[in-house]
Structures are given as C-alpha cells and as structure tokens.
Design a protein around this ligand. Sequence first.
Ligand SMILES: Cc1ncc(COP(=O)(O)O)c(C=O)c1O
Length: 361
Amino acid sequence: MTDFPVALSSAILNLSPYIPGKPIEEVERELGIRDASKLASNENPLGPSAKVVETLSGHLRRLHRYPDGSAFRLRSAVSNRLGVEGSRIVFGNGSNEIIVLLSELVLHPGDEVVFADPSFIVYPLVTQCAHAVPRRIPLREDVHDLEAFLQAVNKKTRLIFLCNPNNPTGTFLPLDRIRDFMQKLPINILVVLDEAYAEYVDDPDYAGSLELQAKHPNLAVLRTFSKVYGLAGLRIGYGVVHPTLAEAFQKVRQPFNVNSLALAAAEAALEDQEHVCKVLGLNRKMRSLLVEQLGRLGLKTAPSQANFVYCHVPDARRRYEKLLLGGVIVRPMGDKALRVTTGTEEETHRFLDRFRMIYGE
Ligand SMILES: Cc1ncc(COP(=O)(O)O)c(C=O)c1O
C-alpha cells in the first residue's frame, strides 16, 4: 500500500500507546491451554452480581433505542448513595473517558501536568495528547510524595492527578494528607483524585474526599463500576465535580457516551451491596495471602489497600514470561516489580504455586 500522505499530530506520534494486560484468549491460543488465570488487569474475579445479569437480559430487547443521555435513574441512585447533588455527577465510558475529557477541558499546549511515577498509565497519555508537559514525581517508598508534588507546582501547572489508592502500588494517601495538600495548592489548578479502587480500602483514615469539595471547588473525584462492581467490560465510571465543570463536561461528551446496558447494570450493581461485600471479603483474604506468601519468599510488597499487590521482584520480566508459560498472566512493572491482581482462591493459589517454582530456579 502507498504511504499515508497526511501528517499526523506530532503529540500523537510521540506517544507510547497504552498496553493492556495480555488477553486471556491470546495466551490460551498461544499455549494451547484452556484455563489461563488472568491476574493482570485488576478485574473482579467474581464478575458482576447475578442481579445485574438478570437486569441486563431484560434490556437486550430494547437495544434499538438510544440510551438515556442524561442518565436520569443512575444519577439519582448515585446521588442518593453518596449524598451529593445530581448536578455535580458526570458519567463516562469508563472513568478513563472522564480523565480524557477533564484533561481536554482544562489543558492548553505548554501547560504542565503533575502525577506520580509509577501511576496509572493514562495520565501521561492524556497529557501528551493535549500538547501539555508531564511532570513525573517518583513515588517515595511506593507512596505519593506530596512534598515533591508541591515543589513541582509552578505558574504553568494546570492539572494534578492523584491516584488513590495508587495503581500499580495499591498504597493510599490518608484524607488528612490530601486536605493539607489542597490547602497549600493554588486554587486555579484542577486536582483529579482518581479513586478507582476506593471501595477496597479498609483503612478508616482513607474515607471522606467528597467532603473536601465544599472548601476546594478545584477537586474532582473519580470512581468506576469496573472494579468492585465487576462491570469492566461494559465501560462506565463517574466523577463528582463542581457544577460548572459538570456543565462544561456535558458540552464536550458525546450525547450517548454511556450505553444503555451499562446504565442499567450500574444501577442494579449499586443496589446489590451484598455482592459487593462478598467481593470485598474475598479480596481481603487473597490480598493478605499474597502479601504473606510473597513475604515468606523474602520479597517486599507495597502495603496495598486495593485489589492487587505490588511486589518488588528482581528480574521481573523474565519471571513474568515464565509465569505466562504456566498459564498465569500478571503484569510486569519494568524489570523490578510484578503487579498481581487478587483472583479467586484457586487462581491466587495457582499463581503462588507457579511463582514459588520459578522463583527458586
Ligand atoms: C487508577 C485507575 N483509574 C482509572 C481506571 C480506568 O477504569 P475504567 O475506565 O474502567 O473506569 C483504571 C483502570 O484500571 C485505574 O487503574
């Protein structure tokens, strides 16, 4: 084929694309096996609630209709649950879409965006797409270094991402630290507090970020239905933001950015808190098991409050490849760490068994 004749945006050409966890089907095809365990994308191993599945089957016959673009029913369900006005809630095709649109709303070329390193891989992507400049702040002992964040802030800073708990480490910032940070920060910088894993946190010092919004209108809090509610495949997340930002968001999103099945499923998922309790119970158990067993091998894990464990492992890439050959998919983080999502009991034990074998080699 002839060369593509139109020049692509220079910001896009320089991007390193998001590389998702290896799909289970691909690993199974390559290895000729049928039961690979995917512990690479922080998905919910129990899947959605049975009530969600039942609700969805009722909606399948109405797929010829466009979804409710205003998300009326889900908006009121989330509003009641969180105790925030519906006008402050925005919905996206995954919280990923909200990250993209909020960035587009505030960034101009040359603006600076501050975020931790390592953290969620989408922050540098949206920064570069907006022709803005990333300021990466290394974690300190696997935790956000807020002092260094403040030092990195200057007149060009327009946006800050705080990932809490942080992906890939699972470590969290207590509410007091975030409050203190917000007080020290100029008010004209948007802070996106990404709480994709909020529901998994047990520590009582975590909760309460929404209350900070009364005093800090520049704080946006994001959550998702992809994790504890097990709806990653449907793509739906939400943000609680200042009403003016919510109004601007409604102007830039596609009219039907969230599909009708996702809206119905999210509403049913919120109602089934019994399922959420089950998910959290399993996660707590598997997270402790991973930390304890990896510790026995002399390996250091970050203190995770999420549904994954970050383990410092020498030669991580080679070990990832070996685990893959055994049908266990985890996520290598550079060559010095592995991120392992909590699985079912069977999947988690399978990972530990395989890992013990290859670690001893
Ligand atoms: C920290 C963080 N934020 C946001 C997302 C995006 O989630 P979704 O777009 O599925 O809501 C993820 C997904 O893994 C994540 O880890």
